[in-house]
Design a binder for this molecule. Sequence first.
Ligand SMILES: Nc1ncnc2c1ncn2[C@@H]1O[C@H](COP(=O)(O)OP(=O)(O)OP(=O)(O)O)[C@@H](O)[C@H]1O
Length: 209
Amino acid sequence: MLRVEDLAFAYPGQVTPYHFEMEALPGEITAISGASGSGKSTLLDLLAGFLAPLSGRIDLDGRDLVPLAPESRPVSLLLQSDNLFDHLSAARNVALGLPGKAPAGQTVETALAEVGLAGMGQQTAATLSGGQKQRVALARTLVRNRPVVLLDEPFSALDDATRAATRELVKTLTMAHGWHTILVSHHMDDIEAIASRRYLLDEGRLAEG
Ligand SMILES: Nc1ncnc2c1ncn2[C@@H]1O[C@H](COP(=O)(O)OP(=O)(O)OP(=O)(O)O)[C@@H](O)[C@H]1O
């Protein structure tokens, strides 16, 4: 289980710090909603290690992630868009998630098949649709094989049919691979469709419900 415990953070000059407390279970999607500017991206940046908290813990199965640099954290981050290098093939983009010089071919093909893109590995990322690009990014998340997956408005740039299919894929992958998926979204329909647990961020604090 991922537990955010007494995590405090303030930007320079901020009088009242954020104070985050939350839990996320493996195999489940935990949603974070809140008004624009409420601090949702700040929370994701703390989880990813791009910001350092004033105090508190980010506990994953008994291990505190706070001292770890971003690249050492068991975390993947997927944004609304711009997750891929457009000039590289889908397969090369997926292979970027592999450590070192691991033998990539089969792993990459298997991951692309799992996200519904079998046989499309040689296609240049620039030629893919928005939904296909998000699937490639999810395939890279698969080969990275990190248990905490942070999604920052990942469906917002997609049309209705594509967003419904993509969010179902996220749910399927989360359950199949035991990801602790944390979904930041403004869209209640996405949250209602796939999240098991919800938090609302307001006035610097998370409230469950
Ligand atoms: N580097 C920074 N320095 C100072 N203040 C910042 C910095 N980054 C963000 N903020 C402020 O912190 C607050 C929270 O920003 P954050 O981006 O986390 O909100 P958000 O909920 O993700 O917003 P949105 O939904 O619009 O993306 C905002 O008031 C923002 O202006």
